[in-house]
Design a protein around this ligand. Sequence first.
Ligand code: NAP
Ligand code: LUD
Length: 279
Amino acid sequence: MAQIIDGKKISAEIKEELKAKVAQLKEQGIEGTLAVIQVGNDPASSVYVNNKKRACEFIGIHSKSFELPEETTQEELLKLIDELNNDKSVNGILVQLPVPAHIDEKTIINAISPKKDVDGFHPENVGSLTIGQEGFVSCTPAGIIELLKRSDVEIAGKNCVVVGRSNIVGKPMALLMLRENATVTITHSRTANLKEVCCNADILIVAIGKKEFITGDYIKEGAVVIDVGIHRDENNKLAGDVKYDEAEVKASKITPVPGGVGPMTIAMLMNNCVEAMTR
Ligand code: NAP
Ligand code: LUD
């Protein structure tokens, strides 16, 4: 039976560490403010955004919340981002995704100053990650690295298979595992023989957005399984991209949903905010 990787506990530890750092910065007269923008009122986004605001409060930085109506135009959103880019009291800017269909996600991401891009989505930060330079790293993949390290999972030399190649999870995840000296395979919807490829993984990281798609027969005996997916059913019960009951009997370590990767995304966002304060 797999050992559970407790993301809630590890994220709480990280937030405690950050709280102490923020207190130190305050003594030097340095304050932090994260601007959080949500367009529309998608219920899942509201849950995540609220978790982020609570985390800011916990570690001792300010959050400035912008809850914009669904009909907000791209121009209005760009104008707000421009104001926040120029506001010296704001260190971090986050536009919760997805944005409504009439707004172009890329244009919005590119408009945020790379120095305030605590999500790590701006091309400049993605480029820095690619060539191993300093910059903000996407929170979910960075959180997974922390989960592995703090759970004593050895990464160097291991076969890591990342399922999914999105810009915010799969691709940066693969780059980070490469930086940690894993041998990395990136898979996607056109991958041939996905099951066989996954069965070669010592560390299997799944971010495909399909409820319980990865069953026990995709998992090598003793593998470490990281489940990024989040799905909510009509009774508000959460599930991941991995069929947990089947995976836990084969894996050596596994992240649950909820309580695995999700809380780490928040913790690493806070980490990026503290980094933004110290730059
Ligand atoms: P996304 O942008 O929809 O990307 C999904 C990726 O999975 C794509 O690269 C797609 O391949 C691939 N894929 C889809 N079906 C597949 C299949 N049958 N076999 C192999 N690959 C397949 O998703 P995302 O933003 O990365 O998010 C993935 C999941 O993680 C979602 O459930 C999301 O809610 C969750 N999420 C959680 C957190 C967290 O903090 N816990 C953070 C972000 C996302 P193609 O490129 O070929 O289309
Ligand atoms: N957009 C994210 N969109 C969605 N789970 C998150 C997330 C917390 N700009 C921007 O925050 O980093 C982002 N930046 N993302 N996500 C997903 C993605 C974004 C997902 C889950 C959680 C953030 C979270 O707290 C809890 C858990 O897994 O234990 C459960 C929360 C619940 O639904 O009850």
